[in-house]
Design a protein around this ligand. Structure first.
Ligand code: FA5
Ligand code: MG
Length: 345
């Protein structure tokens, strides 16, 4: 045993890898190896001798095993340390910049409008962009052949869908909200969304956005309309903004007004933006026409309402100083990047 232990110790001292160690283990500790051979000698011994020999053999085996185990642990640690050393990450290396997008100026404007009206108790209402002629015109007091349709020429569907079109105004939401109201009671909604017209120049796009507002209740008057729209313009364009109401015409409101605000560029003195007038038109509005109420099932003796509609693009153009409406829909990254306003997020 002593000489075998000596032999194993010497061999173990020369071992460099786990594989060599494993081979050595097989050589000495397998069934037919020299260590097992020592055990098989037991059967030739007397009971007395067995006892002494057995104890010595056990101690011997323990020592051999611990020699193998401790070297194994040591070699495994070396392998692990080597791996850790090779795979370290240099956290001081500069990272690749993640390209961050930004909210589209129209989305910003829509959110601003929605926040304001929700704070005044309105609900946000959504309607489809493909609409029936009925909802876009007829039920808004614009029967087939009405001359005021000319101002809102749009895109029409064909064949079995010939009574459908791309809505030219969000006023369709007025009809839908009234029709859907089963009890024909009070309504207070805003509806932002895309609308379409046969237009194309620096301030008119074939696709643009409007936000519609509709309030219906008992005892609603022109004073409610004025107060609401004054607040609306001042909150969006600044407290110093002056608001002017001009008589106008819309088939679905009576009386109708157009609302101008004092020019935010020159403050009302006159400049190229306001075409030297000091005023800029921002929205159309009026008291809901009794015909419109009745057509959607409301009792016009009991209920009154006011409605307004405004072009969101125009507000964005004024607010952000965008000179051409077509850039809003051009998807030019250089334009969109300018609205990455980290401060407001
Ligand atoms: C209407 O569309 C009415 N539905 C507004 C209304 C609602 C009146 C409720 C009364 C009651 P108008 O056609 O004027 O009105 O359009 C409203 C706004 O949309 C305009 O002031 C303008 O800001 C914007 N607008 C109209 N055409 C275009 C266009 N081609 N490109 C961009 N903005 C446009
Ligand atoms: Mg107008």
């Amino acid at each position: 045993m002593d000489s075998l232990l000596q032999e194993i110790k010497e061999k173990i001292n020369n071992i460099k890898t786990l594989k060599e160690l494993n081979d050595l283990k097989v050589e000495y500790l397998s069934k037919k190896g020299p260590v097992n051979e020592l055990s098989s000698k037991m059967k030739d011994l007397s009971v007395e001798e067995k006892k002494e020999y057995g104890m010595k053999l056990n101690a011997f085996k323990l020592e051999v095993n611990s020699l193998f185990d401790s070297l194994k642990e040591q070699l495994e640690n070396e392998v692990l340390n080597e791996k850790l050393k090779n795979e370290t990450i240099d956290i001081t290396l500069p990272s690749k910049k993640v390209k961050r997008g930004s909210k589209h100026p129209m989305s910003r404007m829509v959110e601003e409008f929605e926040d304001l009206f929700v704070s005044m108790g309105y609900t946000v209402y959504d309607g489809p962009e493909i609409e029936s002629d009925e909802n876009c015109f007829q039920k808004l007091n614009l029967p087939v052949g009405h001359p005021a349709r000319d101002a809102q020429d749009t895109f029409y569907l064909e064949n079995e869908y010939e009574n459908y079109l791309l809505r030219s105004q969000t006023s369709t939401a007025q009809v839908r909200a009234m029709e859907e109201h089963t009890e024909k009671g009070p309504i207070r909604i805003v509806c932002p969304g895309k609308v379409y017209r046969r237009d194309e120049d620096a301030t008119h796009s074939h696709q643009f956005m409007q936000i519609e507002g509709l309030v219906i209740d008992e005892n609603i008057s022109m004073a409610d309309l004025k107060g609401t729209l004054e607040l609306f313009c001042k909150k969006i364009l600044g407290e110093k903004t002056e608001v002017r109401f001009r008589p106008s015409y819309f088939p679905f409101t009576e009386p109708s007004v157009e609302v101008d605000v004092s020019c935010f560029k020159c403050g009302g003195k006159g400049c190229n933006l306001c075409k030297q007038t000091g005023w800029i038109e921002v929205l159309g509005a009026g008291m809901v026409h009794p015909n419109v109420l009745e057509m959607s099932g409301y009792d016009s003796k009991k209920y009154q309402g006011f409605a307004f509609g405004t072009g969101i693009d125009r507000f964005a153009m004024f607010k952000y100083g965008i000179p051409d409406i077509r850039t809003i829909y051009g998807n030019d990254i250089r334009f969109l990047k300018q609205f990455d306003r980290k401060d407001v997020e």
